[in-house]
Design a protein around this ligand. Structure first.
Ligand code: HEM
Length: 289
């Protein structure tokens, strides 16, 4: 089975579940902003279910060395019953089915959507290295992985909501940008701190010595470069483009300053998607080789 298929699936799952948590959360800390449209929540929840079933099938087939197309209920049952990965996938399917059911009925489900989306996102810690360290250090590593996932989802979801909000309502958007400067700072600090803990548990400095970086380390370094790019874009948005939107100077006009902000946030969002693509790959590699 092509490793690329699993990387793509993992990337799609991180993105889908990051949005499914971060977008309703954004509406919770921005009461003026509109709810996430019911249909969008429904599509994201159903996509999460399909992606989870596909990743269960592909991973089970890989474990058994069988072809990806061959569905073996006994094998699937064993993976779900006897592996952390499988049990986490089952919990995710239950949470996403509940979210799809609620989203098909009402849009006024802010708290519930955030909780169910957040729960589904957290189950991904059992799909990568987050749960790979034996106890007692493993609890710290797992906790860092869980915080890392929520912080990443908070940032990704906010960027997606800003991209929806800017052309619609500049007033609400400006208020949300002000509020996000606090939430965003907390998310960045949480990402950096939990990311550092991840690095400490993933890379055995005693064992690796001073040789050149291996594939895992090079991808991680590339991820940090992209993270740096996201920070640069976030700073431009916060310290340059948001004040310009506030000034609404005759020279630039609302449309122009809105457009500049939207372009800049699109770049930041694209960088975040690139980071998640790397994460989709990192989680399948042996950090020591
Ligand atoms: C200082 C910045 C950061 C550091 C040091 C860092 C470090 C790490 C490390 C070492 C891992 C484990 C990779 C693995 O072996 O599976 C990881 C996972 C991850 N990172 Fe980061 N990261 C940082 C920033 C970010 C950013 C900005 C995002 C997203 C916008 C992000 C999203 C993720 C996700 C989704 C995972 C998978 C977590 C899991 O499955 O448990 N990280 N990070």
């Amino acid at each position: 089975m092509e490793p690329g298929a699993i990387h793509l699936l993992r990337w799609a799952l991180y993105t889908d579940l990051g949005l499914l948590f971060g977008m309703p959360l954004f509406a919770l800390y921005n009461p003026g902003a509109e709810h996430v449209p019911r249909k969008l929540l429904l599509v994201l929840a159903i996509a999460g279910i399909v992606l989870t079933l596909a990743s269960l099938q592909l991973t089970s087939a890989a474990m058994a060395g069988a072809s990806a197309a061959q569905i073996d209920p006994q094998l699937l049952g064993m993976v779900v019953g006897q592996t952390g990965f499988g049990r986490a996938a089952l919990v995710r399917l239950i949470l996403l089915s509940a979210l799809a059911a609620i989203a098909s009925i009402t849009a006024k489900n802010g708290w519930l959507a955030t909780m169910l989306g957040g729960g589904a996102l957290l189950t991904l810690a059992w799909a990568g290295h987050g749960n790979s360290t034996p106890r007692p250090g493993g609890s710290i590593h797992l906790a860092a992985g869980l915080i890392h996932l929520l912080a990443a989802g908070t940032w990704l979801g906010a960027l997606a909501m800003f991209l929806r909000l800017i052309p619609r309502d500049v007033e609400v958007c400006y208020a949300a940008l002000r509020r996000f400067s606090t939430v965003g700072t907390i998310a960045v600090i949480a990402l950096a701190a939990s990311g550092l803990i991840n690095v400490v548990y993933q890379i055995d400095l005693d064992q690796r010595g001073w040789g050149p970086p291996n594939v895992y380390e090079r991808l991680l370094l590339l991820k940090l470069v992209l993270f740096g790019g996201m920070l640069v874009m976030a700073s431009i948005n916060r310290f340059k483009l948001t004040p310009r939107l506030a000034a609404r100077s005759a020279a630039t006009g609302i449309a122009e300053s809105g457009r500049a902000l939207r372009t800049s946030i699109s770049v930041e969002f694209t960088l975040a998607l690139a980071v998640l693509a790397l994460v989709g790959w990192l989680g399948t590699l042996d950090p020591a080789s």
